[in-house]
Design a protein around this ligand. Structure first.
Ligand code: HEC
Length: 143
């Protein structure tokens, strides 16, 4: 009886990891806790610090950095036609607000070896404001 139970638990553990990770990352990308505490108008102004290197739509010209269309939920290092550093190309995570928050606070520390020349946004509230703007501006309007 005990061993049957153990076997069932074991089976349920090996059978579901892909399902589990899929639902976890989808939930995380939909988690708007940080952006909900931000002010998109201020965020738009803060984006001026990113604008020289990033466009926000897929159809816009690629600048020094990758375009950030549909950023939330997008796998790191996968914008079409962009030549990433090895660090981002080999990264195995999706962009969630939590990941973006750490990246923007200290890009070098979050992912050593990346080639984004940006010192970081030290103020927590600035990062929330910027994310509030990015939530709006990185989603392409439906045709
Ligand atoms: C001086 C140019 C520059 C500035 C300023 C800059 N970035 Fe970047 N960014 C880059 C480059 C280059 C990369 C690609 C890094 C790599 O491949 O290692 C990048 C990568 C990224 C990525 C990863 C995208 C992906 O497809 O995985 C995000 C997100 C990002 N930047 C957001 C921002 C935001 C938000 C700001 C403003 C606060 C900003 N960046 C400022 C150059 C810049």
């Amino acid at each position: 009886m005990k061993s049957t139970l153990k076997a069932m638990i074991f089976l349920s553990m090996v059978a579901t990891p892909s399902l589990l990770s899929a639902s976890v990352s989808a939930t995380d990308a939909n988690d708007i806790t940080l952006s909900a505490a931000g002010d998109a108008t201020k965020g738009k102004r803060l984006f001026n610090r990113c604008r020289a290197c990033h466009n926000l739509t897929a159809t816009a010209r690629t600048r020094i950095g990758p375009n950030l269309d549909n950023l939330f939920g997008r796998k790191a290092g996968t914008a079409d036609g962009y030549k990433y550093s090895k660090a981002l190309m080999e990264a195995e995570f999706d962009w969630t607000e939590t990941a973006l928050d750490s990246w923007l606070a200290q890009p070098r520390k979050f992912l050593p070896g990346n080639k984004m020349s940006f010192a970081g946004l030290r103020k927590e509230q600035d990062r929330k404001d910027l994310m509030a703007y990015l939530r709006e501006a990185t989603v392409e309007a439906a045709e």
